[in-house]
Design a protein around this ligand. Structure first.
Ligand code: CA
Length: 220
């Protein structure tokens, strides 16, 4: 899952980016409201983490504009402003959740997972597709009840497929899920990870859709 973090405080930004990457998220980080709008216009994100007090354009303005344009991306406000009025304003402007600084990174990650599963129309925390289960919180995968050991990238790729079974994902979409701006994409990497996943989880789990991409079919 790819997140956009908008935060002008270097220390908070760095620690949030580090922490969420360790939790398996791909994170792009910008430091002002205008850069946030540019990033949102040019990339596809699964969720937005938005500070309110920002240079160039306030977070609340960014959020208002985003919702006016019909963008439905889940938004978590990260703010030092603990006044109730600010939280109410943020939620009423279209935010889905908020955290008051200083916050706990584990709590932030858990709230992100909760929003992402709601966005995907799920209430249960473990994703199950056929004989396969994936737990986004514990990062455990099982096949027919047996644990399967995956690398961080293999896990991220599988999570992208299982989040929307039956949806075809292009190689570019998969690369975007796996790599942030500051991370080099090697050639053939998606193919390499798909090969590894098939080896561990069965050859017919991930289907090639010729000329379009890949998918994990919905179990019939
Ligand atoms: Ca700020």
């Amino acid at each position: 899952m790819r997140l956009l973090l908008v935060e002008d405080d270097s220390m908070i930004g760095e620690s949030v980016r580090q922490g969420l990457r360790q939790d398996g998220f791909t994170v792009d980080w910008v430091r002002d409201g205008r850069a946030a709008e540019l990033a949102l216009a040019n990339e596809v994100y699964d969720l937005l983490l938005l500070d309110l007090g920002l240079p160039k354009k306030e977070g609340l303005e960014v959020l208002n504009t985003l919702r006016q344009k019909g963008n439905t991306i889940p938004v978590v406000i990260l703010t030092a402003r603990d006044a109730v009025a600010d939280r109410v304003k943020g939620l009423d402007a279209g935010a889905d959740d908020y955290l008051v600084k200083p916050f706990d990174l584990d709590e932030l990650a858990a709230r992100i997972r909760a929003l992402l599963r709601r966005r995907s129309g799920r209430a249960e925390p473990v994703i199950q597709v056929g004989a396969l289960t994936l737990n986004p919180a514990s990062r455990e995968v099982t096949l027919k009840g047996e644990p399967v050991s995956l690398s961080a990238r293999e896990f991220a790729l599988l999570a992208a497929f299982l989040d929307r079974p039956g949806a075809v994902l292009s190689r570019e979409q998969l690369e975007e899920k796996l790599y942030g701006w500051d991370q080099e994409v090697g050639s053939n990497t998606v193919e390499v990870y798909i090969h590894a996943l098939r080896k561990k989880l069965g050859q017919d789990l991930i289907k090639n859709v010729r000329g379009v991409g890949y998918m994990v079919p919905k179990p019939s």
